[in-house]
Design a protein around this ligand. Structure first.
Ligand code: PMT
Length: 206
């Protein structure tokens, strides 16, 4: 089975020294790639800018922006079949600056307004494979995650409350719930990210 995993943040540059991003470290996504490789699956990890070692047996493609991540995912899934899997753990920036200045902007060149344009939704745009998403939420966690699961056509979504202790960005642990398109919820206790990843991979193997 072939699996493509996205991990980490994306960076959306304003000029060569400034960007919009988020605190994702890639730990969750790298754990998923490792768990999938442990099963003997053919794993491609598309990683935003993170400081982590590539798990054993995993092919890695480094990217910076959401548009680069989309292109790398499409390449990795180019001849994929309906049994192959896309697991999107990355915290992709939904917006990017309308233009990136070629040289560092001077204060006098900035007027306090940054015009943003929408980035592509990578997970939604991928078709023809099994898809698993993550939902990083801060309120109405289960309802918001269920909505994303339906809207993005997922086999299931992994919901995490990124404000809960030991959960979300940068932690070694996570507390998640798996939610299916029919709204069925399977809540897991606080586990290491690797244990969460193994549960995801186990669910996909059933
Ligand atoms: O990297 P860590 O520090 O270990 O942190 C882990 C994590 C908090 C990043 C991870 O557990 C997590 O929640 N990842 C999803 C983050 C996110 O962007 O969630 P979202 O609810 O905004 O997006 C929903 C889904 O759509 C996600 O699968 C996301 O990868 C995908 N998406 C979102 C926007 C976009 N433009 N393209 C996408 O593919």
């Amino acid at each position: 089975m072939r699996v493509v995993v996205t991990a980490g943040p994306t960076r959306e540059y304003i000029d060569p020294v400034r960007f919009l991003s988020n605190p994702s470290t890639g730990k969750m996504g790298f754990a998923v790639a490792r768990a999938a490789a442990e099963r003997g699956w053919d794993v491609t990890l598309v990683a935003g800018p993170v400081a982590l070692k590539t798990p054993k047996g995993v092919k890695r493609v480094d990217v910076t922006s959401a548009r680069e991540m989309l292109s790398a995912v499409k390449d990795a899934l180019a001849d994929a079949s309906k049994d192959d899997v896309f697991i999107a753990t990355a915290a992709v920036a939904d917006w990017r600056p309308g233009k990136c200045a070629k040289s560092k902007l001077k204060k006098r060149e900035m007027d306090g307004v940054l015009r943003l344009v929408r980035n592509p939704d990578i997970l939604k745009s991928v078709k023809g494979v099994r898809k698993v998403g993550f939902a990083a939420e801060t309120k109405d966690v289960l309802a918001e995650a269920a909505r994303k699961c339906r809207e993005k056509g997922l086999e299931f979504i992994v919901a995490n409350d990124v404000t809960a202790p030991g959960c979300g960005f940068g932690t070694d642990t996570n507390r998640v719930a798996f939610i299916g398109p029919d709204g069925a919820i399977e809540s897991l206790p606080l586990l290491s990210k690797l244990a969460v990843a193994r549960r995801i991979v186990g669910k996909l193997s059933r």
